[in-house]
Design a protein around this ligand. Structure first.
Ligand SMILES: Nc1ncnc2c1ncn2[C@@H]1O[C@H](COP(=O)(O)OP(=O)(O)OP(=O)(O)O)[C@@H](O)[C@H]1O
Length: 350
């Protein structure tokens, strides 16, 4: 999609004045609470009027103060999914799902209900009342209903915030499958770096109503690695594993990672940069199951620690170690090093 936005809006003491353009199909809007994310979502969907500016989607002007254009929300064909699924309580799941579909002219329908129901795994729920659904199921129905209206853009305003961790990671693969299968561009609003990394290709950073950056989710994660106590988290997307004795083996570039965490066949893992130990020489007789031969790509300082970017058989990992240790080991770009990781250090997401 091509989205070009420049908008101004004053709300009490808060001033929104932000501009960005993107050509990616999965855009993330990232910012802290109160940075103006929801205000932006509402203006894009036509739910609140901007004070000025323009919105262009794939070459069509949805709003332009200069040209006095402001398409009605229904003419914009932008679907919005909010934090709490707003479903029709008097209709069952199926009628909720088909609500927008039936109102979409056949020529514009590009999402097949049966295929969507399969992707979102809603087949068994079609006859259920909305009150009898869990939070995660409601959110899946809300997504399904939004997509069946075949929108040109799906705006998701903190769609996972109301869900607990486990449910959140159940929904994310569905969202990814949807965007791959039905090719509906999306704009995801969230204050979660994790969600940005898992679900967007490009991130627009909002701060106090202004755009302060536009970058890849990986760049955002690296930029923020010194900002939180958790530090940098490596995100690993791997192919399905093979059983190796009582562990699971995952291909990782030219290396293999052994874990005992992937019991349910998960392929996406988090690995804290703090859980990677570095050795200058080959350590003897260690209990950790993963010993990767890597080359240091870069070393960057973060307060009293350093982040060491490693190339491990063609894959990247970032380890953080205390600055003194890196100094004593003489680590610098090009240093050959062993990275040691316990099989239990990998956190399976989905
Ligand atoms: N109708 C209003 N009148 C006055 N101020 C408002 C109004 N609506 C929103 N604001 C203020 O505008 C700012 C941006 O709000 P917005 O909801 O867009 O932020 P947000 O980034 O989505 O936050 P959150 O992540 O907490 O949902 C906030 O400071 C909010 O208090």
């Amino acid at each position: 999609m091509r989205l070009d936005i420049s908008l101004r809006k004053k709300l009490g003491d808060f001033t929104f004045d932000a501009a960005f353009a993107t050509e990616t199909d999965r855009v993330g809007i990232f910012g802290r609470s109160g940075s103006g994310k929801s205000t932006l979502a509402h203006m894009i969907a036509g739910l609140i009027p901007p004070d000025g500016g323009h919105i262009e989607l794939d070459g069509e002007v949805l709003y332009s103060s200069e040209r006095r254009i402001s398409l009605l929300p229904e003419r914009r064909r932008i679907a919005v999914v909010f934090q709490n699924a707003h479903l029709f309580p008097h209709m069952d799941v199926e009628r909720n799902l088909l609500y927008g579909y039936r109102r979409t002219p056949p020529a514009l329908r590009k999402v097949d209900p049966a295929a969507l129901i399969a992707v979102l795994d809603l087949g068994a729920l079609l006859g259920r009342r909305i009150q009898a659904l869990s939070g995660g199921e409601r959110q899946r129905v809300a997504l399904g209903r939004a997509l069946l209206a075949s929108p040109r853009l799906l705006v998701m305003d903190e769609p996972l915030s109301a869900l607990d961790e486990a449910l959140k990671y159940q929904i994310i693969p569905y969202l990814t499958a949807i965007s791959e299968e039905f090719r509906v561009p999306s704009l995801l609003i969230s204050h979660s770096l994790n969600e940005m990394r898992l679900m967007s290709e490009e991130v627009v950073v909002l701060h106090r109503g202004e755009v302060t950056g536009q970058m890849t989710p990986e760049e955002l994660a690296r930029q923020r690695m010194g900002w939180t106590r958790a530090g940098y988290i490596n995100l690993l997307r791997l192919s399905p594993p093979q059983a190796v004795d009582d562990l699971y083996g995952y291909a990782f570039g030219d290396c293999r990672l052994l874990m005992w965490a992937g019991r349910r066949g998960e392929t996406t893992f988090e690995l804290s940069s703090k859980d990677i130990m570095l050795f200058k020489g080959h350590p003897e007789a260690i209990s950790a199951r993963n010993l990767l031969h890597c080359t240091v790509v870069s070393v960057s300082a973060m307060e009293n620690r350093v982040a060491v970017e490693l190339d491990c058989g063609g894959q990247t990992l970032i380890a953080t170690v205390v600055a003194r240790a890196a100094e004593e080991m003489g680590i610098g770009p090009g240093t050959k090093i062993y990275a040691v990781i316990k099989a239990s250090a990998f956190r399976p997401l989905f």
